[in-house]
Design a protein around this ligand. Structure first.
Ligand code: DC
Length: 226
């Protein structure tokens, strides 16, 4: 099988991972994989069943009843299918963000999703974004980026995003949610969010999108023939 290249972009909620990864994937002709959406789909499924994301027995009991498929439309947008139903939009709420963070700490969930993520990377050149891509999912990724920004900047960006979608926002609440999610995602026992040894940290607090893209392109060019 021909060598496939992998670029891992990890970082906390709202650091701009998906915006940046999508742009780079388009430029490079790589497959973009938003792994957070997979955890969100699990959270949404458990929520519909009335299973708390903290209930490890409940999550373990029902996880086998969930089939997740990742599909891409003509524009390259990733769609999440939950037992055949497209839930791409339904998983994008503040409530599901929190529940995804909690359910992602369940060992059985991480185990089930690990192979799914690795299989995509075996078949395609990928840019994968998440929390544990460079540390656990693809420890041999050709490029590892850790994208971060202050919680205040991330909360502001998240508010702008929600406003653009016509949703009501409360900055203080969004900031509180981000700080809580940072805590949960960095303190869980399995595959917590942390900087991989060989990852390059990019702080986007003071940069606009073009600045971040330029910084990351320079890092990629050093490691991958593009
Ligand atoms: O990237 P996101 O905000 O859509 O992710 C939602 C939650 O899923 C996040 O708070 C933690 C979890 N997650 C994870 O544990 N590992 C990943 N690789 C991606 C997301």
């Amino acid at each position: 099988m021909a060598k496939t290249y992998a670029i891992a972009i990890d970082g906390p909620a709202g650091a701009g991972k998906s915006t940046i990864a999508k742009r780079l994937a388009k430029e490079l002709g790589y497959h973009y994989v938003d792994t957070g959406a997979i955890y969100r789909t699990v959270a949404y499924f458990m929520d519909l069943l009335g299973v708390s994301p903290k209930d490890s027995d409940g999550v373990e009991r029902y996880i086998d009843e969930l089939t997740i498929q990742i599909e891409y439309d003509e524009e390259g947008k990733q769609h999440m299918l939950m037992n055949g139903m497209d839930v791409t939009d339904e998983i994008r709420t503040q409530d599901i963000s929190q529940k995804a963070s909690l359910v992602s700490a369940q060992p059985v969930v991480r185990e089930v999703l690990l192979d799914m993520q690795r299989d995509v990377a075996k078949a395609h050149n990928v840019i994968m974004d998440g929390r544990d891509i460079g540390t656990v999912v693809l420890p041999k990724a050709d490029v590892k980026i850790f994208l971060t920004a202050t919680p205040e900047v991330r909360a502001k960006r998240r508010c702008d995003e929600l406003l653009a979608k016509g949703q009501k926002v409360n900055y203080e609440q969004v900031l509180k949610d981000i700080i809580q999610r940072d805590y949960q995602d960095t303190h869980r026992e399995i595959a917590p969010l942390k900087l991989a040894r060989d990852s390059v940290k990019v702080d986007t607090s003071e940069l606009d999108i073009e600045g971040v893209i330029a910084a990351i392109e320079a890092i990629i060019k050093e490691k991958i023939p593009v």
